[in-house]
Design a protein around this ligand. Structure first.
Ligand code: TRP
Length: 472
């Protein structure tokens, strides 16, 4: 192990710093916007239950796999794969490409959030008229200049944090922003669940109706686990590469998904009961955040303030996610091409900003351009990155760590004096398992299960999602 290079690249100041940064990456628009609306569309409590099961089986498994590879190599995604087995470096490049593509449209949506902070603060949407709110939203995203301006602003915020480097930048901000997010979220939840008529929404959200669990619900939940935990593109490999050697990886791999899910569930409690209380459709999709929620706020006491709080909070979450996407790209260029961090951050941010412009224009003047399956530019980029590159990266990660790098059980066959054959199994401490358990010093009773999940269950399950996403 080359500890020296790890230290030159910087390290997390503490375990808490790492957990906050990684949780900051995971918690984003995926939690605040997508999770509640997917739950709304897929039977409420049934979806939540399936999500939780898959989170433990697959989210935890892949989280641990990525962090382990990252810390073992101390390198970015490409360098990490190359160091363990050179012929696999291209898998890491897939991840860098995915990060670049995701950020190009994530930043456009992040820009919309900034615009809505301004609208909320200036009382622009202080109305419950969803028709008016709908027109306002459509007019805004269809215009050319303003959304691009806000997209640029969002990229500037992201690059401003990443340019400071891993410790002064990402860790410092995440340590402040994550607890702030939790606190503000709690306020909105409190307001939402105490509304008249909120009970119906609460019941819908927490009561699993088993008859609603279909293949489609399971697949939707699995896809969401993937996106929400920032898995499948080497994000957590990169974050793990800055992790100190004595940190307990299994523990971190459990805490991060728990925080992520905590925020997603809170977002569900903030949005679904309120939407039901005011008779807004819980499955309104992309518009739920930008059209329905402002209407909900306007009918609430202190609604204007609630609106500002919610969109500021959504921006925090989006920025702590976008910095992780940019970091994957930047650390690649710093490590592989020996650019300085400053140069890498500025140039890549500029390129991502440029790539985001067509995504933004595709909502208005360029809406006639269809690229994949009749989808516009933004949706096509999202599709290629999220539905093709991420699941592919996840499957390859499982195969790589389980079968190439190696996780093995050794069979012992022994005959007793009576001639009976006794077969016992023992985990072999390969490099992967040694790293994950700090040379066996970390007590990890679930090791056998983890090995099974990563070699068999996770790759098979993700393969199903992948084919569903690409060929449906
Ligand atoms: N997980 C973030 C969210 O929920 C988005 C995100 C950040 C992401 N980094 C990622 C998604 C890497 C996939 C891969 O909004």
């Amino acid at each position: 192990m080359d500890i020296g290079s790890t230290q030159e690249r910087g390290q997390w100041g503490s375990k808490l710093g790492f957990i906050m940064a990684a949780a900051g990456s995971a918690v984003g628009l995926g939690n605040l916007w997508k999770f509640p609306f997917l739950a709304g569309q897929n039977g409420g409590g049934a979806f939540v239950l399936v999500y939780l099961v898959l989170l433990l089986l697959i989210g935890f498994t892949l989280m641990m796999a990525e962090i382990t590879i990252g810390r073992f190599t101390g390198l970015n995604a490409i360098g990490a794969y190359r160091k363990i087995k050179a012929s696999w470096a291209w898998v890491g490049s897939l991840g860098v490409l995915a990060g670049f593509l995701i950020l190009s449209f994530y930043s456009v949506i992040g820009g919309w959030i900034i615009a809505y902070i301004v609208k909320a603060a200036t009382g622009t949407f202080n109305t419950a008229d969803t028709k008016m709110l709908g027109d306002m939203f459509t007019n805004f995203i269809q215009s050319s200049g303003t959304p691009i301006f806000y997209h640029g602003l969002f990229m500037l915020m992201t690059l401003g944090i990443v340019i400071g480097g891993i410790q002064q930048g990402i860790e410092k901000y995440s340590k402040i922003l994550m607890p702030a997010l939790f606190g503000m979220m709690a306020l909105v939840v409190l307001r939402s669940v105490t509304l008249d008529g909120a009970m119906e929404g609460i019941k819908f959200f927490i009561t699993p109706d088993f008859s609603k669990i279909t293949g489609g619900v399971i697949l939707a939940a699995l896809g969401q686990v993937f996106f929400s935990l920032s898995l499948g593109m080497g994000c957590m490999i990169t974050y793990g590469s800055y992790l100190s050697k004595d940190t307990n990886i299994p523990e971190c791999s459990l805490i991060i998904p728990l925080i992520d899910t905590g925020v997603a569930v809170m977002a569900g409690f903030a949005i679904i009961p309120a939407a039901m209380a005011f008779n807004f459709p819980v499955d309104a999709g992309p518009s739920l955040l930008f059209i329905t929620l402002p209407a909900v706020f306007s009918k609430m006491p202190l609604g204007g303030l609630m609106g500002v709080i919610f969109f500021v909070l959504a921006l925090f979450a989006a920025v702590t996610s976008s910095i992780s996407l940019l970091e994957v790209c930047v650390s690649y260029v710093v490590d592989e091409w020996n650019w300085t961090r400053k140069k890498a951050t500025l140039i890549i941010s500029g390129l991502i900003f440029a790539a985001g412009i067509p995504c933004s224009l595709s909502q208005g003047p360029w809406s006639h351009i269809k690229l994949i399956k009749g989808k516009g530019i933004l949706d096509s980029v999202d599709f290629v990155a999220s539905n093709v590159l991420l699941p592919l990266g996840g499957i390859l990660l499982c195969v790589f760590i389980g079968w190439v790098w190696g996780l093995r059980r050794i069979q012992h066959i022994r005959k007793t004096e009576e001639g009976e054959t006794i077969i016992t199994w023992e985990l072999e401490y390969t490099d992967a398992l040694k790293e994950a358990t700090n040379d066996g010093k970390v007590n990890f009773p679930m090791a056998t299960i983890w090995v099974f999940l990563i070699k068999w269950l996770a790759p098979v399950a993700i393969t199903i999602v992948f084919f569903q996403g690409v060929f449906s």
